[in-house]
Design a protein around this ligand. Sequence first.
Ligand code: AMP
Ligand code: MG
Length: 908
Amino acid sequence: PFRDYLDWLRRQDGPAAEAAWREALQGLEEPTRLAPRRPTAATMPETVSVALTTEQTSALTRQARRLGLTVNTLVQGAWGILLGRLTGRDDVVFGVTVSGRPAELPGIEAMVGLLINTLPLRLRLRPAEPLQALLVRLQDEQSRLLAHQHLGLTRIQQVAGFPDLFDTLLVFENYPTAAAGERAISGLSVAQAEGFGGDVSHYPLGLLVLPGEQIQLRFGFRPDLFEREAVEAIATRLQRVLDAIISDPTRAVGTIDLLGVEERARLLPGWNAAGQAVSVETVPDLFEAQVRRTPDAVALVLGAESVSYAELNRRANRLAHVLISRGVGPEDIVALAVPRSVSMVVSVLAVLKAGAAYLPLDPEYPPERLGYMLEDAGPRCIITTGTAVSAIPAGSPVPVLRLEDPVLSAAPEHDPGDGERTARLRPGHPAYVIYTSGSTGRPKGVLVPHRNVVRLFDATDHWFSPGADDVWTLFHSYAFDFSVWEIWGALLRGGRLVVVPFAVSRSPVEFRDLLAREKVTVLNQTPSAFYQLMQAESDEPTSRQALSLRCIVFGGEALDLERLAPWYRRHPDDAPILVNMYGITETTVHVTHRRLSQSLVAGGAGSLIGEPIPDLAVYVLDGGLQPVPVGVSGELYVAGAGLARGYLNRPGLTSERFVACPFGGPGERMYRTGDVARWRPDGELEYQGRADEQVKIRGFRIEPGEIEAALGSHPAVAHAAVIAREDHPGQKQLVGYVVAASGTSPDGADLRRHVGQRLPEHMVPSAVVVLEALPLTPNGKLDRKALPAPERVSAGGRVARTAQEEILCGLFAEVLGLERVGIDDGFFDHGGHSLLATHLIGRIRSSLGVEVTIRSLFEAPTVSGLAERLGTARPGRAGLARQVRPERLPLSYAQQRLWFLFRLEEGP
Ligand code: AMP
Ligand code: MG
């Protein structure tokens, strides 16, 4: 009688069972979900059935016997491995059913009643573990839980801390089939009801395994969550795992191939090896050839200044000869501390002509940071000019060459030849070293050779065909490699490069004017910068000079296609062309290419990054470096002609990130990007985010670990965590969290200042919050979701004295998201940054009808300060013809410093 079973159940040790399950599921970080979303309404499941051949079936049975395991364990192991691959996880859970008939209860096998129980099966996957070891471990782990299988699933999930541990269920049908049942109990037959599907129907995907001469795999799936083809593919892949178990159980779990020959060939393309061989030229070779072709064409423009190819070449040659005379040559590094200007481009070119690699230093970076870079890179000399010299850390032993030095005007003007250089310049010699944020707290220099730059343009010419009619902007800082694309896209192809003054690059309205005035044809933007430009366009669509753009290239951060909708509404003819390019400093600016279109934006596609540049290969791999199937997320690896030499003086880090490529020729390397992506069925890549902590804020690549290290160096900080959060849509910002060292009470503003003395402005958190303790997950990791949004509180202070101040207070509060703002509250002290500044300026324009420049706001960032200036502000643009603006003049160095003191947070 069933009552016996209930009595038995009451006698079981509940707390012991709970403890066993708690231990079994300890450290699990998340439930395992295969379906793209949670099911909503009930739906009729559909089925896909496949049968193993009789040979496969008997081989599997033999293998189980040989290993001393059950066939059930083999199938469970196979399913767990597959689930891990399909979800990109190394710790998976799925549901299994057990008979629930305790052997110790006499007569249990003949008892009538519902005894079956559904339980979670957890499997930790290690790519290097031999298959048979995994299977033995699985059976052991399951045996240890045998005595505790009576605990209800709901209770187990409570104990584990997850209400839904899994969304797939595996049922191995080990009770008698109808035929056997008839024989066993006369007069009573057991039959499978049609469409019943083996009680798996309420899970998104259930797998029913029916033993027999030919093992049957019957997948029940919700058609609203899975496509039939996808389930068929899963069935095929499961058979491949089972085949691996049959054929060689000693092989490592990570090496099992889920792909067929065709699919594998598709996912592991070669790349145009010929493209690698052709770059026998260096950047100066190509530039000098261009000078010979078009000596009188305009190469550089900055405001009223314009410089021809011949003149640019002469100026660079003079500097190059001075460098060579000081012993600078190939494999040397020359640091540049030059504000963006014509001289900056001259200096870059001169270093390359001398044969050395340039190390761009942003004069606005804190001396401590610049000092570190100088020490790390060990440049032969530093080129600087004007007041930027003050950026060079005091006591730096590196010789300084000023662009004002009279020796320059006396230097020769001809192209330096290999005979004059300290050594022959070859395409493999480094052209530049660009530092990127480092997760261990120290930035690292990426060393990129000439050949990479030359082939970048060779390999992308067919998409852009840049030429002599093109006008490019130098919008980005030379400390970021987007500038490499901008400078040489123009100057190696006879185009014109318009140097965008820093202040203009930070003012979308003025930049929009520059684009029209200079008839810019090729524009390169981070999506963040472009959204602002779009805003500037839509704010004042009338009385605008037409743009001459033919092409806009996005890069540097994930593009949100939907945000381009307003742009396409205004430019419905798909002109200019919009292109998304994914790329990394370590792979020489760009990796992939995707032409965008209006229909794509309307179709709500993900962040598409397209296909690799022809001389590169991209792989999407799992933790065992196996290609993941189409549609499955994996980590992106890049191989081919764009790979940097590595990190300067960091062999360990270099070998961690530039790893041997198992799919290329001998010695081939691939770069491990840390980006997560997946292949779409049509063969293009979709960007999905990061596999690590790295973040992008307005195109800036930031390792929070570096900021945490800077915070942690403050004596009052015991623990620190930094995350990027987006509490207001479209406004991603860095927020720091610290726990005070005992006996101290640190102040958020102080800590920000502390970080500002060590790290570039864009790495300074918008707010630092002091917490009692950092919130932790049950597994002891930082619980990011539990970190509070920073409170934005006004200092209170003096209230508005005039109507104008009152309106301004209201606008400040609105833009900053504050309850109220006093007239002495600083815009940038309360979370304001340039993006919000642009917004505020637009609101001031529409509310007060006056035009405030972004610079006035940086100079007078309080309501009282700004109100004073409003007396001198121009009337709004609408009522104004074009006029000369003194603000377009370049800022003095002192002004720039002042500017930065006011918490400027910018894109590169
Ligand atoms: P950086 O070295 O500064 O160019 O940063 C490279 C990183 O920026 C990549 O690893 C990506 O995380 C991100 N990234 C660059 N371009 C794109 C893009 N088009 N879409 C999404 N992410 C991008
Ligand atoms: Mg980049």
